[in-house]
Design a protein around this ligand. Structure first.
Ligand code: SAM
Length: 501
C-alpha cells in the first residue's frame, strides 16, 4: 500500500480523525474495526483540497448549469474537476457515476469532452440531465418568447383542475397555487415549443414546487407551515383530545405565485444558457443516462470500459429521497404505490428498506452470471468487520440501544448491496482506472461504522488497490441523542480512492 503523509495536519492532530473506541462503554467486540482502523489510517489524508462545501451542493449553488436542479444531496462540480485531474482522465475516456442525482459528474464530463455513463432511480435526474446536456441546443429567442408568454398568462377564473398529490403531500399548496401548477402544466403540454424548451419548463416547475408550497425540506422529512391543512387539523385534533398544543415553528411568510417562481427560474436558467453558449463550445462526447437501479443495470454493461468512477451513493443514514422529494415525484405522476416501490429500489438507506438479495440473485441468474453472484456473496459473508458490526448491532438492539429494528436491516443491506456495486465497478474498469466514492461514517446505538474503511476493505478483497482515503477537516456532527448517551466520537466525511491494478 502506498504510504501518504497527512498534509497540513500535524500527526497529533490527525488523531482527531482516528477512532479509538468503536463500541461505547466497551459494550461489544470491536477488534475487527480496530484492526481496520490501524490498517487504513496509513492511507488517510486529512485534506485541505476538499471541504464540506465541495462535497455538498453549496458550491454548485453559484455554478452555472450545475445549479439547474435544486438538489441538496449533490456534490460540487469543483470536486469532480479535481478528481478528473488527479485521475488523469482524458478527452474521449469514459467515466461512470452509478448514482447520478442532479448529474454533476455526467455534466462536468460532458463539458470537457469526456464520455459518461450514469444511472439513478429518480425521474428528476432524467429531466435535469436532458435539460443540462441540451445547453448548446437551446434557441435563445425561443426561450425568451416562452418566458414572455408565461409572464402574460393568467389562471382563468373558471379553471378548476389541481395538480396531483400523494398522501404525504396532501394540502401542500394553497388552493390557487395547486390550480396554477395544473394550469401551467397543461399549457406546457399543449404548446408548440420545441421538446428541449418544454423540458426546461418542467425542470423549472420542479424547482418551483417547494418554494410555492407550505413545506420545507428538512433532513429526512418535509416540515409544514403553520397555515397548511395538515398543521391546522393536527392542532385541532390535539386540542379536542386534551393534548399539549402543537408548537409549529415553520412560517414561510409570503409564498410566491407559481407564475412568479417559474418566470424567475426560467430567467435564471436563460442567463446561464446565454453565458455558456457565448463562452464555451459543445463537445463530441457521449452522455448516456438510464433511469434505473444501478444494482440491476451495472451487470448488463460490457467489461473493461471505464477510465474512472466518480460518485456518491446514498449514505447509510436513514435519509429517504422518496420523502424529501415527494412533491417533485407526485408532480411527475408517481402515485402512492409507485413511491413505495421506488423506495425499495433505493440502495438500502432507510429503515423501511427490505432485503433485495433475492432480486439481485435473480438478476445475476437471468444474465447467466450466477458464479459472479456466488463469488461476491462469499466476500460479503467472509468479511469479519461486517460480521462484527451486524453482531454488535443485534446485541445493541436486544439491549434497547436501537429504537428501530429497521436500522439492522438497513446496515446489513447497505454493505451487501454496495459490495455488488464495488464488484461490478471492478469488472467495468480498465486496468489503471481509479474510483472515488464520497461517503459519511455513521454511528448507531453507540457502535461506530467506518463506512470509508469498511468499503475500502471490501474493495481490496474484490481486487482494487486502496490508494487514499481523503478525510475532510470538518467532521460529521454526532446526533444529540447519541452524544448524550454515548459521548462524542469522530465521524469522518471521506472520499475513498481505489485503483484497478
Ligand atoms: C448522494 S446522491 C448523488 C448526488 C450526485 N453526486 C450529485 O451531484 O447530484 C445519491 C443518489 O443515488 C440515487 N440512488 C439510490 N439508490 C439507487 C440505486 N439503487 N440505483 C441508482 N441510483 C440510486 C438516489 O436517488 C440519489 O439521487
Amino acid at each position: 500500500m502506498e504510504q501518504l503523509s497527512l498534509f497540513d495536519i500535524s500527526p497529533q492532530a490527525s488523531e482527531r480523525w482516528q477512532v479509538d473506541n468503536f463500541s461505547a462503554d466497551n459494550f461489544g467486540q470491536q477488534s475487527a474495526r480496530m484492526n481496520l482502523e490501524q490498517k487504513f489510517i496509513e492511507i488517510m489524508v486529512v485534506s485541505n483540497d476538499f471541504n464540506r462545501r465541495s462535497v455538498s451542493y453549496q458550491l454548485s449553488k453559484n455554478d452555472c448549469l450545475h445549479r439547474w436542479l435544486k438538489y441538496k444531496e449533490g456534490f460540487s462540480a469543483d470536486l469532480v474537476k479535481r478528481l478528473l485531474k488527479e485521475f488523469n482522465i482524458q478527452v474521449g475516456d469514459t467515466v461512470l457515476d452509478p448514482f447520478v442525482g442532479s448529474g454533476t459528474t455526467s455534466l462536468v464530463c460532458k463539458m470537457r469532452g469526456i464520455n459518461s455513463i450514469g444511472f439513478d432511480v429518480l425521474p428528476m435526474s432524467k429531466i435535469a440531465i436532458e435539460a443540462k446536456q441540451s445547453v448548446f441546443d437551446y434557441d435563445l429567442s425561443e426561450i425568451k418568447r416562452l418566458i414572455s408568454e408565461i409572464e402574460n398568462l393568467s389562471l382563468p377564473e373558471n379553471y378548476d383542475r389541481r395538480t396531483e398529490y400523494v398522501t404525504i403531500t396532501d394540502g401542500a399548496y394553497p388552493d390557487t397555487t395547486a390550480k396554477e401548477i395544473a394550469f401551467f402544466t397543461d399549457w406546457n403540454n399543449k404548446t408548440g415549443y420545441s421538446k428541449v424548451a418544454k423540458n426546461l419548463v418542467t425542470l423549472c416547475m420542479l424547482n418551483s414546487l417547494e418554494k410555492v408550497s407550505y413545506t420545507a425540506k428538512d433532513g429526512q422529512f418535509l416540515r409544514w407551515d403553520y397555515r397548511s391543512k395538515k398543521m391546522i387539523e393536527s392542532a385541532k385534533y390535539r386540542e379536542r383530545n386534551g393534548k399539549t398544543p402543537l408548537v409549529i415553528r415553520l412560517d414561510k411568510g409570503n409564498l410566491p405565485s407559481l407564475k412568479q417562481s417559474l418566470s424567475d427560474e426560467l430567467n435564471s436558467v436563460y442567463g446561464d444558457i446565454l453565458s455558456i453558449q457565448r463562452n464555451s463550445r459543445p463537445t463530441e462526447s457521449k452522455l448516456q443516462f438510464v433511469e434505473g437501479n444501478a444494482l440491476h443495470e451495472l451487470p448488463k454493461l460490457e467489461s473493461n470500459i471505464l477510465s474512472g468512477v466518480i460518485t456518491s451513493p446514498p449514505y447509510c443514514n436513514r435519509y429517504d429521497y422518496t420523502r424529501t422529494y415527494a412533491l417533485e415525484l407526485a408532480y411527475l405522476g408517481i402515485t402512492d404505490d409507485k413511491i413505495k416501490r421506488l423506495r425499495q429500489e433505493l440502495l438500502s438507506c432507510t429503515v423501511e428498506n427490505k432485503p433485495k438479495i433475492d432480486c439481485i440473485r435473480g438478476n445475476y441468474i437471468a444474465l447467466g452470471k450466477e458464479d459472479d453472484f456466488n463469488r461476491i456473496m462469499q466476500i460479503i459473508d467472509g468479511n469479519k468487520t461486517l460480521s462484527e458490526i451486524n453482531h454488535s448491532l443485534t446485541e445493541r438492539s436486544k439491549n434497547g440501544d436501537i429504537n428501530n429494528k429497521g436500522v439492522l436491516r438497513m446496515v446489513d443491506g447497505y454493505f451487501t448491496e454496495l459490495t455488488f456495486i464495488y464488484a461490478e465497478l471492478f469488472r467495468l474498469c480498465k486496468s489503471g482506472a481509479k474510483v472515488a466514492f464520497v461517503n459519511d461514517n455513521v454511528r448507531y446505538g453507540g457502535e461506530v461504522i467506518s463506512v470509508d474503511f469498511i468499503s475500502t476493505e471490501l474493495a481490496e478483497q474484490i481486487g482494487f488497490k486502496p490508494v487514499k482515503v481523503y478525510s475532510l477537516k470538518q467532521q460529521k456532527g454526532n446526533s444529540s441523542q447519541q452524544m448524550a448517551k454515548f459521548g462524542r466520537v469522530p465521524l469522518r466525511k471521506s472520499i475513498t480512492v481505489w485503483e484497478k491494478p
